[in-house]
Design a protein. Structure first.
Length: 99
C-alpha cells in the first residue's frame, strides 16, 4: 500500500511556520496538530526566517513587461507578414492556400 503524497498550499505552510516561530508549542505538538512531519515544519520555519525580509522590501523587482509601443510595432510587423504571405500564396494558385 503506497502513501499518497500531499501538497500543501502557501497559506498552510505560512500558518505552520508562524506557529513554529511563536514557540508556544513544541515541534511534536505542532506535528500532531497539523499532521506534518517535524523536519518539514523546521524547513518551512527556516524558509520563512530567510525570506521574511522580502515581504517588507520596498524595491520590487517585477518585470514591467512590453510597452504599448513595442506591442504596436509587433502588431504592425505581423500584419505586414500576413499581407505578404496572402499575396505570395495567391500567386501559387493552389486552392488549399486560399482560405
Amino acid at each position: 500500500m503506497s502513501i499518497k503524497r500531499r501538497n500543501h498550499g502557501a497559506g498552510f505552510k505560512a500558518k505552520v511556520a508562524l506557529a513554529a516561530l511563536k514557540g508556544d508549542k513544541t515541534l511534536a505538538a505542532l506535528s500532531t496538530q497539523y499532521q506534518v512531519h517535524q523536519s518539514q515544519i523546521l524547513n518551512w520555519k527556516q524558509q520563512l526566517e530567510k525570506r521574511a525580509e522580502e515581504v517588507f522590501c520596498s524595491e520590487r523587482k517585477a518585470d514591467p513587461g512590453p510597452t504599448v509601443k513595442d506591442m504596436q510595432a509587433k502588431i504592425g510587423q505581423l500584419a505586414l507578414e500576413n499581407d505578404f504571405l496572402a499575396v505570395a500564396l495567391g500567386r501559387i494558385g493552389d486552392v488549399s492556400a486560399k482560405r
